[in-house]
Design a protein around this ligand. Sequence first.
Ligand code: ATP
Ligand code: MG
Length: 261
Amino acid sequence: MVEAMNAALDVTNVSFSYGRARVLRDVSFNAEPGEIITVIGPNGAGKSTLLNVIARSHKLRRGTVSVMGKDTKAMRQVQVVKSGCVLVPEGRQVFATLSVEANLQLGGYTRRRDFKRLVDEVYGYFPRLLERRDQLAGTLSGGEQQMLAVGRAYMSEPSVMLLDEPSLGLSPQMTAQVMAVLGKLRRDRGLTIVLVEQNAHAALGLADRGYVLSGGEFLLEGSAEELRANPMIQHIYLGGGASSTPVAPTIEAKLNDELSE
Ligand SMILES: Nc1ncnc2c1ncn2[C@@H]1O[C@H](COP(=O)(O)OP(=O)(O)OP(=O)(O)O)[C@@H](O)[C@H]1O
Ligand SMILES: [Mg+2]
């Protein structure tokens, strides 16, 4: 594939099992530099497992993962981070008993010399974190913790950022704020983003392309517009059920605001 040669992230035929339970089956996808990809799917589809295998929180046993053209097969987690790929894990997982700034410092452990510049960049994107730099992370609101989780990942100066359900538990307004910053990171830094979400509205409002994961396999793939128009997606994710939140228009409005500043 020609595309794959320029891909920031290239995942080919990745399979994964917990014991005997096969959770991912021959999953392949790629993302071009600066592209925002979303993977949507129901609970238990394998979304977190996929990100954990890419980031090497789980072992990569079958298939290949390349970051910026480099095969990561032999790499451990820290080497994957150094190669430019970082995970913002599900549930944020900030260090609750450490300050905001200490969390950022830990996120920058592979870029210690650039700490000052990177931390200032994070505070530029998230002024709220600057106001709360000495506050213990465990006392931040959910939305602020998500900002911190994104900021901490940014401290490794990644080319590719993987985000596992950043909208979980956030209000539509807070979700829109976080998504808007992701849009800015792509615009300013050419960051490539893989966004795993159950909130299809939020994800498809930001992403260029998306994949639908179910039972460990991709069922559908398409541009964000195609997926939004797809009857199955509309029925399951956008059909006005209890979990659907009309956040996409808010994100677009936010992004337009930010971009016209
Ligand atoms: N450590 C584990 N040991 C055994 N099975 C696991 C483990 N982690 C996840 N699973 C199983 O693997 C499947 C996929 O889980 P995964 O967490 O990847 O799904 P998900 O798509 O992220 O779901 P959610 O939307 O609820 O976060 C589920 O059936 C889950 O029960
Ligand atoms: Mg998950």
